[in-house]
Design a protein around this ligand. Structure first.
Ligand SMILES: [Zn+2]
Length: 461
């Protein structure tokens, strides 16, 4: 029997089981939900066992990690499938058309918190593996699963877990389906993720707030200093003005620029969706190049001084800003932090103290396009979708992906089954039934293709 036939025969069960998974309110940030989060781990492990794998639940200082393993296949590549069973909070509840944890169908889509991010996508892989074991009685690769429960809170314990279990988790390829295709029906391989340097900046000009009548004209103004500092972070061409910021940026090759130019993007729809009248950015680069492949800097928050109604004649002692940089290979988030800190300190006006505190650092990641896993993914997507996949980068960050590369030696393979408009993290999150079932087919085809990619002289050979 073909995988296609299996999916058609088992369709109702595949959906019923996913609905059971979606009913568990595994909101990782909510401590009151910790038992539900654990229940989702237990559910994941049971599903992996039912599919025919050996599964384990590992306690961490936070929420549990679930791992699973298939039978050993000599000479075949080691493939690790990563996903997460935790979800974002559902609030604001009044914007949902129903209970976020009571999944339902609406015009061919499943509506529930976690439907797309990431329960539906990771469950598609569980079912793809189940199909292969049911049909073939064996797997074409040495398969592992790693399903965590803290992705939505920044994976605080996963790096240490991966480091401790590096030998057991070691893989040639780590498959991640926790994202979107560039458009419905267009299979997509995402080969680049941006990194992140996120800081809080505090600027201090005086020991206390001062009367602007008594002191104005004779003291440093923290708010003005902050405004100048932030405005000075970019030049008129939209380039980041921090000295050395672009030093380690890998240039876009002509081939890559051509590939990005071939990705269908409707700039008018992009502007309409974002509610913006223009798409400003670094001069000399197309919109998708700026979103995916160029580093950026954005002010994310700004506060200080008198915020109440009416007037208060005061020179505020302090101002605060949040600033984030999205990074690309081969930038190092720690190096960017040092350069940004130095820039802000040296540019600070006389009498102004600047304090920079790191809030989050993540390395960018990139899959080498010549990797055999990429050709295998291309073949699998072509087979299932009947059309060539497109290659995309993502402007977002998944810091653990760089850890997988560094600690496990695994090439990342990001194949999102969802859509950009699945409303991940937002009310009425959705996942198309067809995208889910297609995900099951892609998972099975991908594992077969990966097995074949190394068959003629595997990584062990
Ligand atoms: Zn996710």
């Amino acid at each position: 029997m073909s995988v296609d036939r299996y999916v058609a025969d088992q369709r109702d069960r595949l959906l019923t089981e996913l609905f059971d998974f979606l009913r568990i309110p595994s909101v990782s940030t909510d401590t009151a939900r910790a038992p539900d989060v654990r229940e989702a781990a237990t559910f994941s492990a049971a599903a992996l066992r039912r599919a025919g794998l050996e599964a384990e639940i590992h306690d961490t200082p936070g929420h549990p990690v679930v791992t699973a393993r298939g039978p050993h296949v000599p000479g075949a590549p080691r493939v690790l499938i990563y996903g997460h069973y935790d979800v974002q909070p559902a609030e604001p509840l009044e914007l949902w058309h129903g209970d976020p944890f009571e999944p339902r169908f609406e015009d061919g889509v499943i509506i529930a918190r976690g439907a797309s991010d990431d329960k539906g996508q990771v469950y598609a892989h569980v079912k793809g593996v189940e199909a292969l074991l049911a049909l073939d009685g064996a797997l074409p690769v040495n398969l592992g699963f790693l399903i965590e429960g803290e992705e939505e809170i920044g994976s605080p314990n996963l790096g240490a877990f991966v480091e401790q279990h590096a030998q057991a988790l070691a893989a040639d390829v780590v498959v991640i389906s926790d994202g979107a295709m560039v458009a419905p029906g267009i299979p997509t391989i995402t080969y680049g993720l941006r990194g992140l340097t996120y800081v809080t900046v505090r600027v201090r000009g005086a020991g206390r707030d001062l009367h602007s009548g008594a002191y104005g004209g004779g003291v440093p103004n923290a708010l003005e200093a902050m405004a100048r500092l932030l405005a000075g972070l970019k030049d008129d061409a939209g380039r980041v003005a921090v000295a050395g910021f672009y030093d380690d940026v890998r240039d876009l090759s002509d081939e890559e620029r051509a590939a990005i130019a071939a990705v269908p993007i409707d700039e008018a729809a992009f502007r309409a969706d974002a509610g913006v009248g223009a798409t400003p950015g670094e001069a000399g680069y197309a919109l998708l190049e700026r979103l995916w492949a160029r580093p950026t800097l954005d002010v994310n928050g700004l506060s200080g001084g008198f915020q109440g109604a009416g007037a208060k004649t005061v020179i505020a002692a302090e101002a605060m800003a949040k600033v984030s940089c999205r990074l690309v290979p081969d930038q190092d988030p720690r190096d960017v932090l040092a350069k940004l800190t130095r820039h802000l300190r040296t540019q600070a006006p006389e009498g102004i103290d600047v304090e920079v505190q790191a809030e989050g650092l993540g390395y960018p990641a990139m899959t080498p396009l010549e990797a055999p896993s990429v050709a295998a993914a291309q073949a699998a997507l072509r087979e299932v979708w009947g059309r060539e996949p497109v290659f995309a980068r993502s402007g977002g960050s998944i810091p653990i992906v760089a850890d997988f590369q560094r600690l496990l030696g695994a090439e990342p393979l990001l194949i999102g089954f969802g859509q950009e408009d699945d409303r991940a993290h937002a009310p009425n999150e959705k996942f198309a039934v067809d995208d889910y079932l297609q995900g099951v087919r892609v998972s099975a085809a991908l594992l077969r293709a990966l097995g074949g990619a190394w068959a003629a002289g595997g990584p062990d050979a």
